[in-house]
Write a protein that binds this ligand. Structure first.
Ligand SMILES: [Fe+2]
Length: 133
């Protein structure tokens, strides 16, 4: 299964959509690096990117939800917070043990899960709500 941004994921907010596209393309880069056996080199870039990305991106989504009194705000925010916590744990592993193959594999799984279960479901739900309200 290919994991790529497509029009069905559009939220109607250009900034959010651009950030989602960026996340998908970063993930594609990581997978491409892995297939060239360069995953361990790329993983460092990925974490550097994710650090500032999640802060900016989640803040934007959460601000929008509050502005529009989104009823799913608490659940949505909890998912963001969990993802940040998971990433932090993986970053500690990176610091302690370096860019191991296991870390690359778990990072791939964590990101794929995020794109499929959060971006493609929860963010699309949010987009539908914003269109109606
Ligand atoms: Fe979100």
């Amino acid at each position: 299964m290919e994991i790529a941004w497509n029009a069905s994921l559009a939220t109607g907010n250009e900034e959010i959509d651009n950030q989602h596209k960026e996340l998908f393309s970063r993930f594609a880069n990581l997978l491409a690096a892995c297939s060239q056996r360069k995953g361990r080199e790329e993983i460092l870039n990925m974490y550097r990117f994710l650090d500032s990305y999640v802060k900016d991106h989640f803040a934007l989504e959460e601000r929008l939800q509050l502005q529009h009194s989104y009823p799913g705000y608490a659940d949505h925010k909890a998912q963001h917070d969990n993802f940040i916590r998971d990433l932090k744990q993986l970053e500690y592993l990176l610091q302690d043990e370096g860019a191991t193959l296991m870390l690359v594999i778990v990072t791939n799984q964590t990101m794929a899960d995020w794109l499929i279960n959060h971006v493609s479901r929860e963010d699309v739900k949010l987009a539908e709500y914003l269109r109606r309200n």
